[in-house]
Design a protein around this ligand. Structure first.
Ligand code: ATP
Length: 276
């Protein structure tokens, strides 16, 4: 019988390059990501930060098995990834709820598609809605909920299948700062209880440091690649609002920002040229 590879990373992106047909000029090719290697160990919380449009979502889509890279390989717990990454749950940046389904039915959608008995799906759905603070709101439609409630619903929808790897693409970027911090703390509590591997994409450096074990900095595009990696040696449990004022946080912020700053300026300049 094949031995489970306990040493293997939960997710390994190996030497990934992604080249697209350019959106600006279909005659040209655009290399969004080049020669990128990135690993997340079991139980590790890794954030990827980088300037806008640099290729963060592209990397996450590769890890989810939604996008086949032009070059390189993906391994999941030591096994080559083929097709969709079944060990991963994916929380997207935008709104991903089905508007015609009530909150509970959105939360249980994945279980229903997986053929789980409806009664069991219903029970697990109600339990998860309670866990994310939405007990009593099972019958609300997405348009009857606030942005924060919809994000909580999406979180329950992602976690209910108990994925070993959680992929999050700027999940809270649309929220006001207070709601965002509440949700960040909730995610950390849930993560502390289960210790799944998390790959978290954000352009917010404070959020990345507050949440993570490790922060990877990406260069501006084209041919985005990691240019720095920082261990976040701040003890847990952390409160994302309080942690920002401790000296080690400020130190790490200064160090990472020194690497990120020029890339953000480059990314910003590129966006301006595109708009002009
Ligand atoms: N399917 C595609 N076809 C052509 N170009 C693409 C495609 N997907 C992504 N790109 C380009 O690759 C680059 C990286 O895109 P990506 O969405 O990964 O960046 P990002 O860092 O997640 O952006 P943001 O911070 O705005 O969310 C962008 O220039 C984008 O236009």
């Amino acid at each position: 019988m094949a031995q489970a590879n306990t040493e293997a990373p939960a997710l390994a992106l190996k030497d990934i390059t992604c080249t697209f047909i350019s959106r600006d000029d279909p005659g040209q090719r655009y290399t969004a990501v080049a020669d990128t290697t990135l690993e997340v160990k079991p139980g590790e919380f890794v954030s990827v930060v980088g300037p806008t449009g640099c290729g963060k979502s592209t990397l996450l889509n590769v890890g989810a098995g939604l996008l086949t890279p032009s070059k390189g390989a993906v391994e999941v717990f030591g096994q080559p990834l083929q097709g969709i990454n079944q060990r991963a749950g994916y929380m997207f940046q935008g709104e991903a709820l089905l508007p015609w389904r009530k909150a509970l039915d959105n939360v249980t959608a994945g279980l229903q598609f997986a053929g789980v008995d409806p009664k069991e799906a219903d029970e697990r759905g109600r339990e998860w809605m309670r866990r994310v603070g939405l007990g009593g709101f099972e019958d609300r439609y997405p348009h009857q909920m606030s942005g924060g409630m919809r994000k909580r619903t999406m979180l329950a929808q992602t976690l209910i299948r108990d994925p070993d790897i959680i992929l999050m693409d700027e999940p809270f970027s649309a929220l006001d700062i207070q709601t965002r911090q509440l949700m960040e703390n909730e995610v950390l509590d849930l993560w502390m209880a289960k210790r799944k591997a998390v790959l978290f994409i954000t352009h917010d450096l404070d959020e990345a440091i507050a949440m993570s074990d490790r922060v990877v900095v990406l260069s501006a595009g084209p041919a985005t690649h990691p240019i720095g990696e920082f261990l976040i040696d701040i003890p847990r449990p952390r409160d994302v609002a309080e942690v920002r004022s401790i000296p080690r946080f400020v130190e790490l912020h200064t160090d990472i920002w020194a690497v990120l700053r020029d890339e953000v300026l480059k990314g910003y300049a590129q966006q301006k040229t595109k708009v002009a």
